[in-house]
Design a protein. Structure first.
Length: 400
């Protein structure tokens, strides 16, 4: 395999040109491109063969994740309200890497998440904290990722349903917690949990799709609420929510695709979260996951695409060359530190990109089997096996 046939990123034709007008934004963009250029040099200058292909440092990432699930450093003390998220980020990342935790560690995580479950329904970010839609999503998806009946049975679906109903607002939106803010994150978290757990109701759906489409902006992406700036995370929440509701047809799809496709950086290969921002590894999922969702909706309408809606190979290159920390774990960009959040969403984005490449690229996944990770369901950001196991479990529970 020649390097020319492998690399599409770091094409100097697409390097940033400020035309002699310097701004903070342009200076930062050029600095990041230099970082990416340096990361790519060992591969672009390597001789033909395996040395020219970046490798997923699977074992290092697994060691980092297992260590983080056991004990975190003092730098994580500010994450006390995100402990449920840390469980999800860690377990889901290991699933993507094809690693299942031992039964004893799964039991510990189940026991911990039970302490986060609020008596009035939903989950808090840690023990004794008030219920909040974001850690409720994280807790449910973490338990689903464990792929055991014991984990899923820990979810009190009756109180969870009451909590979701309590968060529902007359305008179709959801507040994040009692007396909290309402935005599109809460809508997605509520709908994803309801859909996975088999507790979707007409009340949860009433007016929600209509509220979501009000969040689509003149650019094409979605803001957190109506009349706000389009953003990658919010766009994912909006698109995935409409797919769950089977109401994607309400979207201005052409405008959305224009905005999404323009968020992939032509030099770096990764995605930015908003217009005129820097590349960030986490948007490998938040932006790229929209494309298989839209693909699925287009296929249902008889408009199946063959070439793909984004350049998955370039995204693979950015992730493998620029987002891997040398000590394990994944990161935003080369000058940033690893963390569980970026490890989760960069790996999730890699799974999305590989599924695209496997279906469309002549050479398949970049690096072949040594780099291949487990596929994910883009609606929930669970591995396909985790989603299927949970759906089957809750379908059986609902029939009893």
């Amino acid at each position: 395999m020649s390097t020319a046939s492998v690399f599409r990123s770091c094409n100097e034709d697409f390097a940033f040109n400020d035309d002699g007008f310097f701004t903070i934004t342009s200076t930062e963009q050029k600095r990041v491109e230099d970082l990416v250029r340096d990361q790519a040099k060992p591969f672009k200058h390597a001789a033909q063969g395996d040395a020219a292909v970046p490798v997923l440092n699977r074992n290092l990432h697994v060691d980092y994740l297992i260590g983080s699930l056991k004990k975190c450093g003092r730098g994580y003390s500010s994450f006390d309200a995100s402990r449920a998220w840390m469980c999800y980020w860690g377990v889901h990342s290991l699933n993507i890497l094809g690693v299942s935790l031992p039964h004893s560690q799964k039991a510990d995580i189940i026991a911990f998440l039970k302490t986060c479950q609020h008596p009035d329904g939903g989950f808090g970010g840690g023990p004794g904290q008030y219920a909040h839609l974001a850690p409720t999503y994280a807790s449910v998806m973490a338990l689903a990722s464990l792929q055991t009946k014991e984990a899923l049975a820990a979810i009190n679906r009756e109180s969870l349903t009451r909590f979701l109903h309590r968060m529902k607002q007359p305008d179709g939106s959801f507040t994040m917690h009692d007396g909290g803010e309402a935005d599109i994150r809460g809508t997605y978290c509520a709908l994803a949990v309801a859909a996975l757990c088999g507790i979707m109701t007409d009340k949860l759906k009433d007016g929600t799709a209509e509220w979501i489409v009000k969040c689509q902006t003149y650019e094409g992406g979605f803001g957190g609420e109506p009349m706000t700036e389009a953003h990658g995370g919010y766009t994912y929440c909006g698109v995935a929510s409409l797919v769950i509701l089977d109401r994607y047809r309400l979207v201005n799809s052409e405008l959305l695709l224009q905005w999404l496709s323009r968020r992939q950086m032509r030099f770096e290969g990764g995605f930015q979260g908003r217009t005129n921002k820097l590349v960030d590894g986490c948007y490998s999922f938040w932006q790229a996951a929209n494309f298989p969702l839209i693909d699925g909706e287009m296929a249902r309408e008889g408009r199946k695409t063959t070439e793909g809606l984004f350049d998955a190979r370039m995204l693979e290159e950015y992730i493998l060359m620029c987002c891997q920390d040398e000590a394990g774990g994944l990161r935003d960009k080369p000058d940033k530190s690893r963390d569980l959040y970026h490890t989760c969403y960069v790996l999730s984005g890699l799974a999305i990109a590989q599924s695209y490449s496997a279906a469309r690229e002549p050479g398949g996944v970049l690096g072949g089997s040594q780099n291949t990770v487990v596929s994910v369901n883009p609606v929930f950001n669970l591995t396909t096996l985790s989603e299927q196991f949970a759906m089957s479990f809750f379908a059986e529970a609902s029939s009893q």
